[in-house]
Design a protein around this ligand. Structure first.
Ligand code: GCW
Length: 673
């Protein structure tokens, strides 16, 4: 839905400027765009513009440039070219000496994105007097990865069941599918991997492909392509073959036939996402083949249809004795340049696993001849599920803005994934979805901001967290500065706050075993060394932290020399990553002047106290928010405070068993673990 523009004067002005609409064309995407525009104008302004083919003034003109028959002076070829296949122009122009607003593009999907862009202007109460907006996506594949299982459970999902009702598909199209596509398209997302990377081979059977086709048909008008996660052993599991060896002729043929079968019913099918040889998933290594052999075989099957393979670099196993953080780089870096052009390697933002904070993944910048796509996690697996308010854009931006130095200073991760250093490569960004059947979609009213921010950053990774937060707040709640200013500050601080009460100073992976919920720094019996928290924090009587410097696992050597040196040297290693890269004594003198122990205790208290502050700020927002959402966020923040104090108390008391140092007197004693 769309909130009404609350500023009455401004609403009246908008209405006067938008009295007449000329909307050219009626393809499925343009029809979706028209309907969205009319719904948006009705919702924001209670406006039903007069619609006609003739231009009447003041006019809003919408359609692809060629069918609007605009005079060349209104928008030039070169401007239009810049918008590409998905971008758009929104301009104030003079036609017959009269002012009009034009929303135009080269393609139907561009027009749809333009309509959403225009509605955002109204929702965020911008002036529409003199518009000159040219927008286009910086990244090609902007994809949500659903970890949804066929039985409707969602791996690491905290917002109810899977929104895909496989039982009722293909006959029954739930309105949710359409709203999902609208919401995703409104932020520029153009792909959806509908099933879990821990894939079920049944997904590729004709019975399920029929259902996938129905979803693809539903998403198509919104410019969203469907992709599938595939299980590498599918030729055995459902194909009756004895092997899944990627160099076996029958296996290759099986995948070719499967791809042809899929494209017969879904001509614009996006391609495959593959998790192979990781956490027990089958893969080419079982046959002595490499990731490149596996990925290229699938790529060959998809290439005639323009499909792509997104091959994940999240790999680790028991055989890495010293440091799990090094494995992906070790396996993939030597394969640089060996992948087919329609393969893109999907790399998590950090080298371990979606922790509250990680340094950027060393593969970024290390494979100049291979497309790398970013994988972010929207669902809050390690960030307190859907009871914790954590706005993730600052986390995403932190990794995007990290300098890899791969092509000299300024070679940020953002530039690497935009293909700035090798324009021949395809580009992409994936977000592990946080969407479910909950009535508010994401479990926590503020968790929607992470879906929103992902879409905005995939479209343009150089946007700022703050601008995205204020757009989202305005469109979701209220434009009132009395609301925006404290709530934007709260959102922007929320991730650092979570880091403080969970894993300050570079600590990581000390969550509850398996669930990854709540504290579990004491875990030492998870079945495998690298699933134990003690493997990651290595606390002992001398100090704490994982030595990844040259005197330890030497993971620092996977970075360019400038970055390696920065992390290697205690004098330059940022506090944020201290215990990620170093084992440091309890009395180590921090930049703040405090000892490591005191600083750590301080951060834990700071984190929990900041959640109290969030509760207090939200408490003052009753006047700006409807009762239902106000009450819901209020309850969730109370839970979050409880969880934050549990984190703080547990970690401080547990680490104290090693440090044997007192909790500084200014802090209240932890009352319960
Ligand atoms: O974060 C870990 C999760 C697994 C997940 C895996 C992955 C889908 O704990 O549940 O499996 O990462 O990304 O493959």
């Amino acid at each position: 839905g769309y909130n009404a523009v609350a500023d009455k004067k401004l609403a009246a002005k908008y209405k006067a400027q938008l009295a007449h609409l000329k909307f050219a064309g009626n393809t499925p995407s343009l029809n979706a765009a028209r309907e969205e525009l009319l719904t948006g104008l009705e919702g924001t302004l209670a406006l039903r513009p007069q619609i006609g083919d003739k231009i009447e003034y003041p006019a809003l003109l919408v359609g692809i440039a060629s069918s609007l028959k605009l005079p060349g002076s209104v928008c030039s070829e070169s401007e239009l070219d810049k918008t590409g296949n998905e971008g758009y122009l929104i301009k104030t122009v003079i036609i017959n000496q009269k002012k009009c607003i034009v929303i135009t593009a080269k393609t139907d999907i561009g027009v749809l994105h333009g309509v959403f862009g225009f509605l955002k202007l109204l929702q965020t109460q911008q002036s529409i007097d003199a518009l000159n907006i040219l927008e286009y996506p910086r990244i090609m594949y902007r994809v949500l990865d659903h970890w949804d299982n066929l039985n409707r459970t969602v791996e690491r999902g905290y917002a109810g069941a899977s929104i895909w009702n496989w039982h009722k598909l293909p006959g029954y199209i739930d309105q949710r599918y359409i709203d999902y596509a609208r919401a995703s398209a409104s932020v520029g997302i153009n792909g959806s991997v509908v099933n879990n990377v821990n894939a079920n081979a049944l997904m590729l059977t004709p019975e399920y492909l029929e259902k996938v086709k129905a979803l693809a048909n539903t998403f198509r008008p919104y410019g969203i392509k469907v992709y599938l996660s595939v299980k590498f052993s599918s030729p055995i599991d459902i194909g009756g073959l004895k092997t899944a060896d990627p160099l076996n002729a029958q296996v290759m043929q099986w995948w070719k036939d499967k791809a042809d079968e899929i494209y017969r019913s879904i001509p614009d099918f996006g391609g495959f996402l593959v998790k192979a040889n990781s956490e027990g998933q089958p893969g080419p290594q079982a046959y002595g083949r490499s990731h490149a052999d596996g990925a290229n075989m699938l790529a060959d099957a998809l290439l005639p249809h323009n499909g792509i393979v997104m091959w994940r670099a999240f790999v680790y196993d028991n055989n890495v004795p010293d440091d799990r953080a090094k494995q992906a780089y070790n396996e993939f870096k030597p394969l640089d340049g060996q992948f087919k052009k329609n393969v893109i390697i999907q790399v998590k933002n950090g080298p371990i696993d979606f922790q509250p904070r990680e340094p950027f993944h060393p593969l970024f910048g290390a494979m100049p001849n291979t497309p790398l796509m970013m994988e972010f996690q929207l669902t809050q697996e390690y960030l307190g599920f859907s009871t914790n308010l954590v706005y993730e854009a600052p986390l995403f931006k932190e990794s995007l803005e990290s300098d890899t130095y791969a092509m000299g200073k300024g070679s940020t991760v953002s530039k690497v994934i935009q293909g700035a250093f090798n324009p021949k490569l395809i580009t992409g960004m994936a977000g592990v979805a946080n969407i479910g059947t909950d009535i508010n979609w994401c479990g926590h009213p503020f968790a929607q901001a992470n879906w929103y921010a992902f879409g905005r950053l995939a479209w343009n990774p150089d946007l700022s967290s703050g601008d995205i937060a204020s757009d989202w707040l305005k469109m979701t709640f209220s434009n009132n500065p009395g609301f925006i200013s404290p709530m934007k500050a709260m959102m922007l601080q929320s991730r650092e706050t979570a880091v403080n009460y969970m894993t300050p100073l570079g600590l990581h992976h000390i969550m509850g075993v398996n669930t990854h919920y709540g504290p579990g720094p004491w875990v030492d019996n998870a079945g495998r060394a690298d699933w134990n928290a003690v493997y990651y924090h290595k606390a002992d009587s001398a100090g704490i932290g994982f030595n990844r410097s040259s005197t330890g696992s030497n993971a620092v050597a996977q970075y360019q020399p400038q970055v390696r040196d920065l992390f290697e040297n205690l004098a330059t290693c940022p506090d944020e990553y201290l215990l990620w890269f170093h084992h440091v004594g309890w009395d180590y003198k921090m930049r703040s002047g405090a000892t490591l122990w005191d600083e750590m205790v301080h951060r834990y208290y700071l984190g929990a106290d900041a959640v109290k502050q969030m509760e207090l700020s939200w408490g003052k927002m009753a006047g700006y928010v409807d009762e239902e959402r106000f009450g819901s966020v209020k309850q969730l923040l109370a839970i979050q405070y409880d969880e934050a104090t549990t984190w703080r108390n547990s970690c401080v008391l547990y680490f104290q068993t090693f440090s044997k140092r007192p909790i500084p007197a200014q802090y209240p004693k932890p009352d319960k673990p």
